[in-house]
Design a binder for this molecule. Sequence first.
Ligand code: GLA
Length: 402
Amino acid sequence: MPIIKTLLGVLFLVASLSICAQKFDGLALTPPMGWNSWNNFGCDVDEKLIRETADAIVVSGMKAAGYEHVVIDDCWHGERDSLGFIRPDSKRFPSGMKALGDYIHSKGLKFGIYSDVGAKTCGGRPGSRGHEYQDAKTYASWGVDYLKYDWCNSEGLSPLGAYTTMRDALFNTGRPIVFSICEWGDNKPWEWAKNIGHLWRTTGDITHCWDCEENHGTWSSFGIMRILDKQKGLKTYAGPGRWNDPDMLEVGNGMTINEDRAHFSMWAMLAGPLIAGNDVRKMSNETREILTNREVIAVNQDPLGIQGFPAVSADGLEIWAKPLSNDAWAICFLNRNNETKDVSFVWKENLIKDDSAQRHLDSRQNTYNIRDLWSKRSMGTTENPLRATVPSHDVLMLRLSK
Ligand code: GLA
C-alpha cells in the first residue's frame, strides 16, 4: 500500500506541475508590435522619455497602426530593498513603475519591461537570478504586460531551465504577460522555447547598417542583411503565439530611406515582431510613413502567421514570398546590390511553392491582382510579366490577391 500511495503522490505532483507549468496562451497570436528603448537610447532611459514616447506613439498614428507595447529595456533598475524587492532607479523614475504603467495604460498602450536570467543584466543592473518569483510578482503589481528576458551572466545556467523558471513565475502571477526570450539564438531556442515564450531572439544584436558586422571584442552586432541571412532554416518554427525574433527595428536610426524601407519590409515578410527602436518623438515624416504603412503591417500581422522565405531569384534580386489568408501572397523583390536593378519577371514561368505551409502560388491556373504596397498602386495582374526598377538596397513589395 505505501508503494501505491507514493505512486499516487508522484502522479498527483506530475499532474499539478503540468497544470501550473505553462505559458500564457492566446497572447501574441500575431507578431508583437511596439517600441523598445534600447536601439536608440541604450541606458539613457527615464520616465519623461517613456511618457513622451507613449504620447508620440499615439499622436504619430503608430498606435492606430498597431503598435502596442512600450518596453523599457536595460538600466531602469535601482537596487533591491532589504527584502529583495527590485526598485527602479529613483532618480530616473521618481514616480515609480506603477505610476508609469498606469500612464502607459491610460494611453491605451501596454507596458513592457526588461530583466535578465543572471544576477546582473547586460548593463550591470540587478538581474532576476534567485528572485524570479519575487520579480514576476513585482512586475505584475506594476501592471507589466511584456517581459524581455536577457541572457547575460548566465554561466552555468541551463537555458531551458532558466527560461522555464521565469515562465512559471510569470504564469503564477495570474497576469497575462508576453514573454520575450532574448537568448541571442545561442542555444537554438526555436527548438525548445515554443511552450515557454511567445517570441525568441534568433541572433545577436542588430545595428543600424545594411550589411556590416561590428566587433565589440567578446561579441558582435550585425547589420540588417546579416541578420536576415541568419533566419535561414527557421521558418517552420514560427506561428501564432511563437515567433522567431530577428531583433528590434533600426528604422529611423541612421540608414537611408531605401534601407529603412527594405528593413521594414523584410521584417514584415519574416513575420518578425515589429518593435520600433527609434526616437518616435522626433522622427521624420519618411520614417513615420515607413513605420505606419498599414498594408505592409497587414502582411506582418496576417492571421495565418506563416513566415516568409526566399523563393526564387531573378536579375540579381532575391524574391521572397509569404502566404497570406484568403489565398493571397506577399512577394518582395529585395535588391541587395549596390546598383539599381531592372527586373522582368514572368509569373507564369515561376511557380512559387511553400511546401511546409502547403501553399502554392500558381499563376498558370489563377490570375492574381498585383498591388505595390509602397507606391500604393495597382501593377496589373499576373497575366503579364512584371517589369520594374528596384533601387539599390531597396525593395519592391507586392500583394497578390485573386
Ligand atoms: C543585450 C540584448 C539587447 C539589449 C541589451 C541591454 O545585448 O540583446 O537587445 O537588451 O542587452 O543591455
